[in-house]
Design a protein around this ligand. Sequence first.
Ligand code: SIN
Length: 289
Amino acid sequence: MRIVPTKGPLGASIEGVDLSVPLDEGTLQAIERALGDHGVIRFVGQRLTPLQLKTFSANFGELEINVANVHQEADAPEVMTLSNIKVDGKPIGLGDAGQGWHTDMSYSSMVAFANVLYGITIPRRDGRPLGGTQFADMAAAYDALPDDVKGRIEGRTATHDFAKFWDMMRAAPGSTRPPLTEAQRKAKPPVSHPLVLVHPISGRRVLYANPGYTIRIDGMSVDESDALLAFLFEHQLQERFLYLHEWTEGDVLMWDNLRTIHRAIADYTADEPRLIKRCQVMATRYFAH
Ligand code: SIN
């Protein structure tokens, strides 16, 4: 296994490992360490069935079964389809062309540790890949905060709400997301998490707030919370913290949700097909239920 880091704050390519077969403990530990070191890792040239994607992902914790999944794989309900492709006029997956910045599952009482995405069809124009996934490094963003802001957020919690991001995405042009039902809203009530997490692998402090789901810093007035969140949301998106993954078919991209926020880039059209399969690994290995 060869790990080739990018020059930026996040990202490494991993060559020489086949994710379709069971991996030994040493290899799994090396992958977890690489994720802790680089935040976003890419395994090149993979060929996986949905069941193999699920089996690989499950090495790192419990997998989420997403309530919004459009197409459920018979032997792997944990695998979600992300796609703008329609068959007989019907979407085969959740089909947002791009997204705003967020952290998956920060709205859940058990947050996500990692995402594992398998790129099957990648849109291209003039030979250039489209629909990239962009990341921002929340460990570097925390380190770069002014000391007085570090003091203001230390020991604080913030509230995250699933409906904030869903409703934002539904309002975007071309969205195929249906409105959340009352039952879905009730199943995902807002939750609070620490604004500063100590990362379970690296031990680094991480800013855990994202524009997609974070609605309020607990215990502050609405005005104070809005102003501080606006500052944090602007601070965390500085160029020096960013990394763009440009997809190639066969990539498996795994990222650390505790350390990063991300978004899918909306630079392709409904006629340019994109098909990705995804598993979300919950942080059950690191945090108590
Ligand atoms: C995600 O947020 O998990 C999907 C990102 C992507 O489609 O690139």
